[in-house]
Design a protein around this ligand. Structure first.
Ligand code: ATP
Length: 884
């Protein structure tokens, strides 16, 4: 028994060593470049193929083949990626940034597709071993490598440079460090470890374009568990999981647990990925300095002609026959799955790498329900099975929707990926699913042509759902969520509910598409929904225009058509190339084509209303993540007005705003508010009152704690101690959107408008989601702020002064009783500042309670009735202002 334990431990250490190598490589690359290389496993796979080619294909000596792979091929791929793919992106984006995830997924699918094209999709079982089959040797390699990296990082100049770049790339560059060289080193080392992992693992697993990358992707959890930071933790976790996984094979609890134990034993790294992704919600934020990751929004499709063209193209297969028609049957189902990504990612701005999981569940449930093998449910007619599977899977959208409430960027990407990996490992590939499920098609639609017609009807329904989700109150709220989450919350949008809703709708659509697909091919196969396919679909939708229905339809046709008409892997390779080029076409290929078309047409051509809107949107810098779209370069207070456009009318003298009867005055109070950031006490028992009918100001030097207090009042930060009261009601623990609905509105120091919406839509969100829900409030607020002439203009690209008014109009449209303004005069010229002061006085005269946070004591002196002075987290003085 003891020897079995020993043998299993050794076997586990061997597996753990390979995982540890992956962890080391991922962390080093991430620290040096800010990119979590999702293509790590694909590089491992390509290097293993290279070894096979050199040794088995061309008969090279093993040592020479292995040396070439490890010294030239693997690091060479890294250097090429770093220099030609990610460096241009980081120049555009700043480190980390919005696109690196999509581009690294693009590299992943490109390598997977490319390997399929070059070596075929069949498995190679004769990859030579480069090391003896001794776990101790593998372990030694890993320990030596980890120690060497730690030593180099700690004690050498390269290591010091690496740490400096990790801390602050721009500062490091200013102090003479060649950050690009550091990044190159990170890439070369990272892909070297990927190559080594590939060579170590390939002889023991089936080497095919999908299998090895998938295996290595599940190991991402090791790096995540180490917070993408600590090499010893990564190595320890990897070895522990390797050993635990190996020991689990001894357990035979019998009964239902037998299957669970076996599944766990085979997939413990997937479990680790799931646990780690859930446990580290703020992962990657430090590398995403430009703001949270947002998938670049493509403009709404709008163009009726494109929609009609897509409709006609989708009707064409009705005239096909034979194999062509059988292939075409897969397109509408996949199109529905991809539309689910349009809802979640394109419109809601949430990364979802796990849609293949939902589609797979939809397919499996449909097949099980129709076969009468779903627990507790007898056989259902096929059409009913399809409908029922949608109802079953939709609530499961919570599984990724709920974590998405607190996660952004990388953390959300990893959580959704972990979901996809988990569903594939623990549900789709289990014996009950793998054993010959062959669902029939609904009665009356069994022939290919009839079934295709049925699919078209379902696809039309799905397009309608997406169309509805993009219009009206919900559509505007989703666009606001995507464009600027904090801004949406401040406008009153219930961000958590909407985020979950987007995932639930996405899960329902993906399940429908999965069910359609499996009935189309009349067989369930887990491989159709493996996580690699999820990554491919995500990349395909984003590159063709994440918020574009025609883009999703085109992606489905492309993916099915290319793989059917050409060698396996072509579709992945094409999507990969497009994703890698994404840096050049930030709004997706569809967007780029429209831009090209607009350029070819030239400026003299009159565009329709929709065309003008699209051109206006294309003019903005969608390449930047949210809020950055409205950022003004330093030293310039207002962007130049583009030629041919008129300057929006200046703010008119305010008529005293008529306060509706339903807006009784309100008082906002802070009582003994305390906030600590770690050991540092940012607010130390602050008392402050924002009284109705007057302007209260809060001033103090940088770092005094003004913004922290402001966040506590607005609901974006929950204090560690003390209370926030609105007219005696304790609102301390209420989120921002609920406070907005109670009548506490706010504006932002850095603008928080929604660039993909028009000025009118921006303000309308405030009226729809705020306290009063008064449809006429939009017009009133627009008129009050002098914005009526620009109400149909897209917010993107408007001057800062105008956008400040848009933000204020949005806040006022909700009928606030308390208005909190964070440095409202930032970026305004003198005339605009004076007009703003007049408006604020008028609002106060009308009974509103106003708080103005401002650095400049002179500026507030003439405006405020009460001035609170703050320093080092305390109120140091309260004095009467000139405007009493
Ligand atoms: N998220 C955070 N983590 C750690 N420390 C923080 C955080 N946010 C603020 N601080 C620190 O808390 C203190 C108060 O910051 P705060 O932004 O509230 O000051 P402020 O008066 O608004 O300054 P400014 O006028 O420059 O915005 C500062 O020392 C700041 O460095």
């Amino acid at each position: 028994m003891a020897s079995l334990t020993y043998d299993l431990t050794l076997a586990g250490l061997a597996v753990g060593s390979a995982a540890a190598l992956t962890g080391i490589g991922l962390i080093v690359t991430y620290r040096a470049t800010g990119v979590l290389n999702f293509a790590h496993g694909a590089v491992a796979m390509v290097t293993a193929y290279a070894l096979w080619q050199l040794r088995v294909g061309w008969g090279w000596p093993l040592w020479a083949a292995a040396a070439l792979c490890l010294v030239v091929v693997a690091p060479g791929i890294g250097l090429l990626l770093g220099r030609f793919v990610f460096r241009p992106l980081s120049v555009l984006q700043g480190r980390g940034g919005a696109h690196s995830l999509v581009v690294s997924l693009g590299v992943f699918v490109l390598l997977v597709g490319g390997a399929g094209l070059v070596w075929g999709t069949g498995a190679k079982t004769d990859v030579p071993r480069i090391l003896p089959d001794d776990p101790w040797i593998r372990l030694s390699v890993v320990v030596v490598l980890a120690a060497a990296v730690s030593g180099v990082t700690r004690f050498t100049r390269v290591g010091r440079e690496l740490r400096a770049v990790v801390d602050d790339r721009r500062l490091a560059a200013l102090s003479g460090i060649d950050a690009d060289r550091v990044a190159d080193t990170g890439w070369a080392f990272g892909t070297f470890t990927a190559g080594l992992t590939g060579l170590l693992l390939a002889p023991y697993v089936r080497l095919d374009p999908y299998g090895l990358p998938l295996l290595v992707t599940a190991v991402l959890g090791v790096a995540v568990a180490a917070g993408l930071r600590s090499l010893p933790v990564a190595v320890g976790v990897a070895l522990a999981i390797g050993v635990a996984q190996s020991q689990l094979t001894r357990l035979h609890p019998g009964g239902g647990w037998e299957q669970v134990t076996q599944a766990l034993g085979a997939n413990l790294f997937a479990v680790a990925l799931l646990v780690a992704a859930l446990a580290v919600p703020r992962l990657g934020e430090e590398a995403d300095r430009e703001g949270f990751f947002r998938v670049p929004p493509a403009p709404a499709a709008g163009g009726g002609a494109v929609g009609v063209l897509a409709g006609v193209l989708f009707l064409l297969p009705l005239g096909f026959a034979g194999a062509d028609l059988t292939t075409a049957v897969q397109v509408p189902g996949l199109a529905v799955v991809l539309l689910s990504l349009v809802v979640v990612t394109g419109r809601g701005g949430q990364v979802s790498l796990g849609q293949a999981g939902y589609a797979g569940l939809g397919a499996l449930f449909t097949a099980l329900l129709a076969a009468g093998r779903f627990p507790g449910v007898g056989p259902l007619p096929e059409a009913a099975a399809l409908g029922f599977c949608v109802l079953l899977v939709a609530p499961l959208g919570l599984l990724t929707g709920y974590p998405a409430i607190r996660r952004r960027g990388l953390a959300l990407a990893l959580t959704t990926l972990a979901f996809g990996v988990g569903v594939s490992a623990f549900v789709l590939t289990q014996p009950y699913a793998a054993a010959g499920l062959s669902p029939a098609r609904p009665a009356g639609f069994t022939g290919d042509r009839a079934y295709y017609a049925l699919e078209l009807a379902l696809l039309a329904g799905a397009v309608l759902v997406v169309w509805l989700l993009r219009r009206g109150r919900t559509g505007r709220a989703l666009a606001a969520l995507r464009d600027h989450e904090e801004g949406a919350s401040a406008a009153g949008v219930a961000v958590p509910a909407l985020t979950v809703g987007a995932f639930v709708a996405g899960a329902a659509l993906a399940a429908l598409g999965g069910g359609m697909l499996v009935m189309g091919v009349q067989a369930f196969s887990p491989g159709m929904f493996d996580p690699v396919r999820g990554l491919l679909w995500f990349a395909a939708v984003v590159v063709l225009g994440a918020d574009s229905v025609p883009g999703a339809l085109a992606a489905a046709a492309l993916l099915v058509g290319l793989d059917a008409g050409a060698r396996g892997g072509t579709a992945a390779a094409v999507i990969g190339v497009l994703a890698v080029l994404l840096g050049r076409f930030p709004g997706g290929v569809y967007d780029a084509l429209r831009a090209g078309l607009a350029r070819v047409r030239g400026p003299g051509v009159r565009l329709s209303g929709a065309g003008r809107r699209v051109r206006g949107r294309l003019g903005r810098t969608t390449v930047e993540p949210r809020s950055a779209a409205t950022r003004v370069p330093p030293g310039r207070t207002e962007p130049r007005i583009p030629p041919g456009e008129t300057r929006p009318s200046p703010l008119p003298p305010p008529a005293p705003p008529a306060r509706p009867e339903s807006s009784p005055p309100a008082r906002l109070t802070a009582r003994g508010v305390r906030v600590a950031y770690g050991d540092y006490l940012a607010l130390d028992g602050v008392d402050l009152t924002v009284a109705p009918g007057r302007i209260t100001a809060l001033t103090g030097p940088n770092g005094a704690g003004k913004s922290t207090l402001f966040h506590c009042l607005a609901g974006t930060l929950t204090p560690g101690g003390g209370r926030i009261l609105l007219d005696g009601t304790d609102v301390t623990r209420e989120p921002a959107h609920r406070r907005t609905r109670r009548g506490i509105a706010r504006t932002f120091q850095r603008l928080a408008v929604f660039p993909s919406l028009t000025v009118g839509e921006n303000v309308r969100i405030g009226a729809e989601q705020g306290r009063l829900h008064d449809p006429a409030a939009t017009d009133r607020a627009l008129a009050l702020l002098g914005l009526t002439p620009v109400r149909d203009r897209p917010a993107a690209g408007l001057p800062t002064g105008t956008l400040r008014r848009v933000e204020l109009a949005r806040a006022l449209a909700g009928g606030p009783r308390v208005l909190l303004l964070d440095e409202p005069a930032a970026g305004l010229d003198t005339a605009e500042t004076a007009a703003l002061a007049r408006l604020l006085r008028a609002l106060a005269a009308d009974g509103m309670a106003l708080l103005v946070v401002e650095h400049d004591p002179d500026l507030v002196a003439g405006l405020a009735a009460t001035v609170y002075e703050m320093e080092a987290g305390r109120i140091t003085a309260v004095r009467e202002g000139a405007a009493r």
